[in-house]
Design a protein around this ligand. Sequence first.
Ligand code: HSE
Length: 429
Amino acid sequence: MNKIEIALLGLGNVGKGVWHIFQNNKEEITRRSGYDIEITKILVNDISKERGIDIPVGVLTTDIEEILSNDNIKIVVELLGGVHPAKDYMLSAIENSKHVVTANKQVIALEGTELLDAARKNGVLLYYEGSVAGGIPILKGIEESLTANKIQEIVGIVNGTTNYILTKMSLENMDFDVALKQAQDKGFAEADPTSDVEAYDAVYKLAILTSLSFGINVDVKDIYREGISNISSLDIKYAKEFGYTIKLLAIAKENNGSLELRVHPTMIPIAHPLANVNDSFNAILIKGNAVGDLMFYGQGAGSLPTGSAVVSDIISILRNDMTLRSISTVENKAASKLILNQQAYKSQYYLRFSVKDMSGVLGEISSIWGKNNVSISSIIQKDEKQGIVTLIIVTHDAIEGDINKSVAEIEHLDSVYNIDNLIRVEKLN
Ligand code: HSE
């Protein structure tokens, strides 16, 4: 049996998962890869830190050069997260003719084109299955099993932390902060939870999914982004009254030759399969023009699920699977020209207003909607506080520009105290 040496950069949550998988599934991994794989070096910050796992003496190092200059190490597994120094180490590994595996969505979404070009030039592979939806084999699904299709639509719950928070708020009436703290304790929230809560993490993942599915280089700045920090327990309660639940969705949709790329909290029908994806689970719906609708579901974060994706990438490389998964083998189209402006989105909208408790308010508001081509599907009125009425409106399909125009006019009415929230509603076929 040929022996092969690999190195890990980082021994955090995912690094430990990779270590455990090699310990526990040694026989399967050896049989499937055709190699006796040994992790001979692991880059850490502090060798003496207690990690609760038994690593042989000499494996841990604080010196990246011990890895980069070691010709016996054939695969470098980057598990540091963030852009620097991860990108620099990956580039050096590639230039030293080492294959690279990473689970780092940020570096792939922001620097993937350069890294993949470098890999191609140096005749090595760069795989990143763990970067999107942890253990779910979504990138290999798109790259290998769906290549016969034109992909028409991707709708996904791709961030476990926000899905956990929304689930707990919705099913257990938990406060936002308590749910976030639990997500952090369980180890799937990012070090800086802003990345989860404000949806940067989901944007990175959507950029990667879009590049592979639609064959364009996506600049993350072209993806509309809205996090979940504005979602209140009131919105969750009213959503239920209309038959909806709120999920943070990442959406890439082909629309008459344009592409809608957006990540935002979305109301979806309670009976839809995505509405029942709870806790930290992820799910991705893909529509291909030949295969129809597919749904991928599973654990999108965590030590062993993400470790599973990382180890399978290592095995794919050793099987000499020469599919060069590559953001930049896509046609180098100027993606930004294809991306539909937010003002042109079409969907239903939920709006919550606080208005004065007086006659004629509804009439004033309705006439503004009518003037701007927005038709109302449902309306609920709540008299929850003395003198203040909460109006909750769900529109029929409308153009976002028309909604924004209406909201700007409604905001200026004397009878309106505040527009408390606006959330898009997707019927999802
Ligand atoms: N913070 C991410 C999440 C981890 O909550 O989904 C996986 O990328």
